[in-house]
Ligand binder design. Sequence first.
Ligand code: 3PG
Length: 396
Amino acid sequence: IRYIDDLQLTGKRVFIRVDFNVPLEGRRITDDTRIREALPTIRRALEMGGKVILASHLGRPKGADPKLSTVLVAEKLAELLGGKHEVIHADDCVGDNVKKQVNDLKAGQVLLLENLRFHKEEEANDEAFSRELAALADVYVNDAFGTAHRAHASTAGMVPFVKEKAAGLLMRKEIEYLGDKVLRNPQKPFVAILGGSKVSDKIKVIESLLPKVDALLVGGAMAYTFLKAQGIEVGKSRVEEGDKLALAAKLLDTAKRLKTPLVLPIDHIVCADIDGKGPVKETPDQVVPADMMGLDIGPKTRAMYTQRIRDAKTVIWNGPMGRFEVDKFAEGTRSVAAAMSINKDAVTVIGGGDSAAAVEQMGYADKMSHVSTGGGASLEFLEGQPLPGIKALETK
Ligand code: 3PG
């Protein structure tokens, strides 16, 4: 793969695929991390004398939808660039008007295209649409790690039709941390922490990590599927039934065969109500009382996981330890974030999604080596799958 610094950009039209798919509440951007993380590449392209064209999707619109216009992002981006660069918003991503706007671009200006997904051809990875996007560019740069697991026109289809291609600085950072420092050359001891609600979402990640890690610590609702698979009473906890239980049992067997500790919670925070309305208790052991559900890891588990994390040299974490949106059930997630943030000798990586949101919210994000901007993309990357958006950049 080539990176943006390997190219000559002076006077060239540089089409940068970014992931500006930010969370919205009405017209408000509630987390601008993805925009901030794209700034180094945008600034570098401008410094290198390129004419910068930015393209992204936002949400999952069915056709053009003004509520999902990238115009909101254009305002935010102009602000984050400190008012130093004019950010022009194009009201489409293809067509004659856009072509004209691209041709009229002056040094230092940025053109942000309208939501790519207003055209169904984007997700269909349509060839004619890919060629239209490619016609706007002399150089293609992909910095949209968060969308690299999608084979769409802007992430894959258009790439062969542009003369030069490269990865951006965020893409490079994601590949460096998730790829080199975690999957390929982790310093030992290497500890993975997985949480979230479903074992079934994480099967391939577990299978991919088990042979590599020194311990895999489990939390979140998925822990209850593992406990139930071992015949432990889990009360009313959310578990996946049927074949998912068999699957959990199989993963436990695999761990045993590989002699990798797959560590489950030894105590829990429980309540009869998922939102914590009603008495909240700590259990003395792994058993959840019949009328209760497990909603966070308990204090003994927190201490055990903290110790494992503090002894590690590489830590990767994906998925919260409990229902952290409710304060009473946030301590497990907070303790993992805190333990990682304190361990300055380790490479600490947050694998995106809910756990990234949690460390951001709890104020630990800047104390980690890397917080991935991917959700689905980081998971698929950790599964060891080639991502279409990265594959497209590989030079033959
Ligand atoms: C994400 O937020 O995971 C990416 O932006 C991809 O979005 P998608 O799941 O709608 O394809």
